[in-house]
Ligand binder design. Sequence first.
Ligand SMILES: Cc1cc2nc3c(=O)[nH]c(=O)nc-3n(C[C@H](O)[C@H](O)[C@H](O)COP(=O)(O)O)c2cc1C
Length: 215
Amino acid sequence: MYDKILTSLSYGMCAVGARGKTSANACIVNTVIQISSYPMTIAVSINHSNFTNECIKNSGEFTVCVLSENTSGAVIGALGFTSGRDGNKLNNVRHKILQEGAPVIQEDICCWFLCRVVNTVETVTHTIFIGEPVAGSETIKGKPMTYDYYLNVIKGKAPKYAPTYLGEEEEEVEKFTCTICKYEYSSVLIPFEELPDTWSCPICGAPKSVFKKKE
Ligand SMILES: Cc1cc2nc3c(=O)[nH]c(=O)nc-3n(C[C@H](O)[C@H](O)[C@H](O)COP(=O)(O)O)c2cc1C
């Protein structure tokens, strides 16, 4: 009943990453906020079903990469619409791994910081991780991407596990399958045909040309 008025809240677009058991993982979030200045704490809300939740709980740390308006929609497609449980999503996203094992995305982001978890709050569907920044970039580059920019300029959508998901009917989108690893591309964000020829499978790295349209 409060769905409509809650759309008046503002958010920023970030990728949150953490060390996994075998490799690092990251997902897209719009729920990073600063909680306090002294001590400096920030919070992020991560759905229990997201692999990133498990990775943060296991490692006790997470990175926040603030996306800029120049960050490609394909990065949001790769990190926000597929799960690290199905393969290493970072294979196709430029990044570095910190010595702590958490990833920092290097796709035209504004800045990044590493947080140590100091508290968690469980809700029915999401864990709120409260963290203290312990490292980060020294400068901010470009203009941070707001959630409003993502919705109204990029024309993106919130998937099922995003806190702002409203459960509306899913738009009918054509699906394209990677003939190598069977990864299915079906983003409402960028139709498959509009992906650049240099685009490759976010899971196995195979070129766009090996994808077949799912009938
Ligand atoms: C615009 C946008 C905002 C999102 N915000 C959140 C969020 O704040 N919290 C969350 O748990 N998932 C959020 N998601 C969904 C996750 O990014 C998505 O479920 C992802 O596939 C999880 O990957 P993982 O299983 O590898 O962790 C968002 C996705 C998008 C595209």
